[in-house]
Design a binder for this molecule. Structure first.
Ligand code: AHM
Ligand code: MG
Length: 333
């Protein structure tokens, strides 16, 4: 076992140092990131013990003490909401789990809007396959406190975004626009430790990631693209990998390169994934790691949301792989 490092860089230390680089920084964003960190640590612990504490059951169950037992996704949502509200840095919250926006009471309001999916990969929760949490933090150009009518900001208003992956280990990947950095949860000390400084996605990969069950519902362009990956004119075929949890599929794409696609299908003509708390945060991270993210027409970060739960098509990953699918989409138009 490696000896203990007496000078480790924890997530808190890292972002305090980042904050010091910005003159007149108020520390609000650092407070917000700290609250997200606490939510993620608690969710990680709950995920690891969910089978034992019966969190896989349906919401509204009671345990032997007669206490209410919350489903994992309900618990994750409550943790995000309560911790973020108590960071005094957010005016409005948007959660995948809540139909309408959540407004923070005036005394606890700050200048940020946060959109999050507290526990993504619902189909994988009960079978112990990797799941994640995703978030994006938005701010108005003039730093003023946004009203609920002003929450529909594009990815160009994002000041920080990231995701937590509850995989074989728990990782928190974040960007504040200055590189993408990965922190692994050390369960022995309960701290996120910087393990992946300045992550860069390969320019091209050899993995494609898409739900092939929908092949016959895709457009011709996507069918041709995937077919080319399996039967290339030259070179080796790409490998197919699909977890079914966006966080895990995108994380692998950043680490190994390649492409993750969730195109329109007949059942989901606008795509399945949600713009504000799934596509934008992942696009922000991947773009800051040197990759690309598009809805098939324009960069995901340029889409102006019209509704908080709006869906979008997603083509995300290594720059050359994303360019290739975009070219085919153009040819088929
Ligand atoms: P969820 O928010 O209900 O968990 O759905 C989002 C998930 C993504 O993590 C994943 O990429 C996608 O849905 C998988 O969808 P499908 O099962 O249609 O392939
Ligand atoms: Mg989701």
């Amino acid at each position: 076992m490696a000896s203990l490092d007496s000078n480790t860089i924890s997530l808190t230390r890292f972002f305090l140092a980042e904050q010091k680089k910005i003159p007149h920084a108020t520390g609000e964003l650092t407070q917000l990131l700290a609250s997200i960190q606490t939510a993620v640590k608690t969710i990680s612990s709950a995920v690891r013990r969910a089978g034992i504490t019966k969190l896989f059951g349906t919401a509204g169950n009671t345990n032997v003490q007669g206490e209410e037992v919350k489903k994992l996704d309900v618990l994750a949502n409550e943790l995000f909401i309560n911790l973020i509200k108590s960071s005094y840095s957010v005016a409005v919250l948007i959660s995948e789990e809540n139909e309408t926006v959540i407004e923070v009471e005036t005394e606890r309001q700050g200048k940020y809007v946060i959109a999050f999916d507290p526990l993504d990969g619902s189909s994988n929760i009960d079978c112990l396959v990797s799941i994640g949490s995703i978030f994006a933090i938005f701010k108005k150009e003039d730093n003023s406190i946004p009203t609920i009518d002003e929450v529909l900001m594009s990815g160009r208003n994002v000041v920080a975004a990231g995701y937590a992956l509850y995989g074989t280990a728990t990782m928190l990947i974040m960007s504040t626009g200055n590189g993408v950095h990965g922190f692994m949860l050390d369960p022995t000390i309960g701290e996120f430790i910087l393990t992946d400084y300045d992550m860069k996605i390969p320019k091209r990969g050899n993995i494609y990631s898409i739900n092939e069950g929908y092949t016959h519902q895709w457009s011709e362009a996507i069918q041709e693209y995937v077919d080319n990956k399996k039967n290339p004119c030259k070179g080796k075929p790409y490998n197919a990998r699909y977890v079914g949890s966006m966080v895990a599929d995108v994380h692998r794409t950043i680490k190994y390169g390649g492409i993750f696609l969730y195109p329109a299908t007949k059942a989901a003509p606008k795509g399945k994934l949600r713009l504000m708390y799934e596509a934008i945060p992942m696009a922000y991270v991947v773009t800051n790691a040197g990759g690309a993210a598009s809805n098939g027409e324009i960069p995901i970060l340029d889409i102006k949301p019209e509704a908080i739960h709006q869906r979008t098509e997603v083509f995300i990953g290594s720059e050359e792989d994303v360019d290739e699918v975009l070219q085919l989409i153009r040819v088929h138009k």
